[in-house]
Design a protein around this ligand. Structure first.
Ligand SMILES: Nc1ncnc2c1ncn2[C@@H]1O[C@H](COP(=O)(O)OP(=O)(O)OP(=O)(O)O)[C@@H](O)[C@H]1O
Ligand SMILES: [Mg+2]
Length: 253
């Protein structure tokens, strides 16, 4: 469960520039094992919100609690997946996936076993000794996902993780992610610019206002779980994406 109470964040401006208020008194609650997608105009504070939950940046006011614990810094109960993969270029796939375990002092043999299992779970068996530059974007993002899962976090924070991928690879990773979560449920906060992706994945879609970001609307996605592969053929799917589109369009006018 993630609870955001009165969260505000202003970044100091560079010399000669105005400060930028990214979040304004934002309130949001995400239930345990719920999948929430965050949608909103560029620059409205989505990444800021995710980083605050990850404990990577301090807020000016307000509180974030994850599973009841006040967030004061990063922790292995939460893991983040980044849009640009953020892999270690000098480390092979195993070392990248095992990185968080190494930081935790898990012995080499144990962390390699965990890493190998996860690498095969995300469909990369056989690529253990490859380096990031030898992998396609989709494969690199599978490594990013395996790395996040390696510490077995209760909460997954995903910042446009599939934004840089081609349409087919994106669909495959979406399906893989849902399958993984069906087997091993987690609380997920997932930022996307795609209305289609939000409706395909989420239990609820949170629409944020323009900067400074607040919650504009919360849209429950009343589509069946496990999501059928052809969920986008259901009339309700089209209704929900159209509703979100109208809402985002209105914000840009
Ligand atoms: N470290 C920083 N220093 C100064 N300003 C920042 C910093 N990080 C973000 N900002 C500003 O805060 C605002 C919100 O940024 P944020 O990255 O959270 O938005 P976002 O919703 O993730 O945008 P996008 O959809 O483009 O990724 C933006 O105006 C951005 O320029
Ligand atoms: Mg962002």
């Amino acid at each position: 469960m993630i609870e955001l109470r009165g969260c505000s964040k202003t970044y100091p401006g560079k010399p000669g520039q105005e400060p930028v208020q990214a979040l304004d008194n934002l309130e949001l609650e995400i239930h345990a094992n719920e999948f929430v997608c965050l949608l909103g105009p560029s620059g409205c504070g989505k990444t800021t919100l995710l980083k605050a939950v990850a404990g990577l940046i301090p807020l000016d006011s307000g509180q974030v609690r994850v599973d009841g614990q006040l967030v004061t810094g990063p922790g292995t109960d939460r893991a983040m997946v980044f849009q640009d993969f953020a892999l270690l270029p000098w480390a092979d796939v195993i070392a990248n996936v095992a990185f968080g375990l190494e930081l935790r002092g898990v012995p080499l043999a144990d962390r390699e076993r965990t890493a190998r299992d996860l690498i095969s779970t995300v469909g990369l068996a056989g690529f253990e000794r490859h380096y990031p530059r030898q992998l396609s974007g989709g494969m690199q993002q599978r490594v990013g996902l395996a790395r996040a899962l390696a510490v077995n976090p209760r909460t997954l924070l995903m910042d446009e993780p599939f934004g840089a991928l081609d349409a087919q690879t994106r669909r495959l990773l979406q399906e893989d992610l849902l399958r993984l979560l069906d087997r091993d449920p987690k609380t997920v906060l997932f930022v996307t610019h795609s209305m289609d992706e939000a409706v395909r994945l989420a239990d609820r879609v949170v629409v944020m206002t323009r900067r400074p970001g607040r919650v504009q609307d919360i849209v429950p996605v009343d589509l069946p779980r496990p999501r059928p592969a052809e969920v986008d053929r259901l009339p309700r799917f089209a209704e929900l994406t159209e509703y979100l589109w109208q809402e985002l369009k209105a914000m840009n006018q």
